[in-house]
Write a protein of this length. Structure first.
Length: 329
C-alpha cells in the first residue's frame, strides 16, 4: 500500500528538480513552492459528513457516535476510534483488504494532532463516570490519490468533527437512552481549537521545502515533514518521514510557513461551515433570521492568483528576521 514505491524515470526526476531550481521556482502544475492546490469542501446532508478535495486528491470522512463503556484508566473520558480505508479505485497501488501500514500511520498522525493538543474535550463525552461514554468513530476513506493524502484527510476530519452533532442522552429508571434527533436537537462536540496539518516535501538537491506535494513530487522526494498547528501558532504535533537530515533553519522556516497556511485553511473551514445547511432547529431559525444565502456546493476556496499574491506578501513577512529590542535601523 505504499504509493511511493512507483518508480520515476531519471528524466522526469531531473525535469522536476530543474523546474524547482529555475527562475521563479515554479512547479509542473504552475504553483510556487509555497502554494497549496485548490481546496474544495463539500458537507453532506447528514451531520459529520465531509468530502475534501485538494487538487486531484479526494478524501471522504464520516463521523459516527456510539455509547460504550470507558477505558478503566480513563473512566470520565470518551474517546475516538479511527478507521482509515485506502480505496482500490484511488490508486492502482492500493489493495482491498486489511488496512496497511500507511493507513494505520495516517490515522495515528491525525489522532495525535487532536489528542495531544487537547483540541477536543473528551470529558464532555462522558455520560456517567465509569459506566458509559461516547465513542466517536472517525471513518476516513481515500477516494482519489493525487498526492498529500495526509493534509487532505486532516482537513476533512476536523471539518467533519465540527459539522457533527451527537444526539442527547437521558436517564430513565437507572438506564440511559439515546434520544431521537426528531425529539431533541443534537449537540455539537466541544472543540477548543482547530489543528491543521501542513506537509512539506524535502528534496536533497533543493534547499527549499515544497508545500502540499503532488503525487509526482512525492515520488521523487527524499523525505517529508508534517506539522500540525492552529491559528494561535501553537505546534500540536510534528511528523518526519524519510532518512533525509533536516537542519534547524529549515524546521523553523517550515513552522512559520505552516502557521500562515493553517490560518488560511481555518478561515476556509469556517466559511464552508457557515454556508452549510443548518442541522438543528435552533440553527435553522438563526439561519433564516440572518437571511443566509443558499449554501454553495463545492466552492473554489483558493484561486491560483489569490494564492500567489497572498503568499508573496505573507511568506515575505513571516520569514523576515525580527529586530531585537533595543536595535535600530
Amino acid at each position: 500500500n505504499d504509493p511511493t514505491m512507483v518508480e520515476v524515470c531519471a528524466n522526469n526526476k531531473q525535469f522536476l528538480i530543474e523546474a524547482f531550481k529555475g527562475k521563479g521556482a515554479l512547479r509542473v502544475d504552475g504553483r510556487g513552492i509555497y502554494d497549496y492546490r485548490v481546496l474544495r469542501l463539500t458537507l453532506g446532508p447528514e451531520n459529520g459528513q465531509c468530502e475534501c478535495q485538494l487538487g486531484q486528491t479526494r478524501v471522504y470522512v464520516a463521523i459516527t457516535g456510539e455509547v460504550v463503556e470507558p477505558f478503566p484508566d480513563r473512566p470520565t473520558e470518551g474517546f475516538f476510534k479511527f478507521d482509515t480505508t485506502f480505496s482500490p479505485m484511488a490508486s492502482p497501488d492500493f489493495e482491498e483488504g486489511r488496512p496497511g501500514e500507511d493507513a494505520i500511520e495516517m490515522g495515528r498522525i491525525i489522532e495525535r494532532g487532536l489528542r495531544e493538543s487537547r483540541a477536543i474535550d473528551t470529558e464532555a463525552l462522558c455520560i456517567r463516570a465509569g459506566e458509559c461514554v461516547w465513542r466517536i468513530g472517525v471513518n476516513i476513506i481515500i477516494l482519489d490519490h493525487g498526492g498529500n493524502m495526509l493534509d487532505c484527510a486532516s482537513i476533512a476530519t476536523i471539518t467533519a468533527l465540527l459539522h457533527y452533532r451527537r444526539p442527547e442522552v437521558i436517564e430513565q429508571g437507572g438506564t440511559y437512552e439515546v434520544v431521537s434527533t426528531q425529539e431533541r436537537d443534537p449537540v455539537p462536540l466541544s472543540i477548543h481549537h482547530i489543528p491543521i496539518c501542513v506537509t512539506f516535501a524535502l528534496i536533497e538537491d533543493i534547499d527549499k521545502p515544497l508545500v502540499d506535494p503532488s503525487l509526482a513530487e512525492e515520488q521523487i522526494m527524499d523525505g517529508s515533514l508534517s506539522m500540525t498547528l492552529n491559528i494561535h501558532r501553537e505546534i500540536c504535533s510534528v511528523q518526519k518521514a524519510g532518512g533525509l537530515a533536516v537542519p534547524l533553519r529549515t524546521i523553523i522556516k517550515c513552522s512559520k510557513i505552516a502557521s500562515v497556511k493553517a490560518a488560511e485553511i481555518t478561515t476556509v473551514i469556517h466559511a464552508a461551515l457557515t454556508h452549510a445547511q443548518p442541522t438543528t432547529k435552533n440553527e435553522r431559525g438563526t439561519h433564516m433570521r440572518r437571511g443566509a444565502a443558499k449554501p454553495a456546493l463545492n466552492p473554489q476556496l483558493f484561486t491560483p492568483k489569490e494564492e500567489e499574491r497572498r503568499n508573496r506578501h505573507l511568506i515575505r513577512n513571516c520569514l523576515r528576521p525580527r529586530k531585537r529590542s533595543g536595535e535600530t535601523g
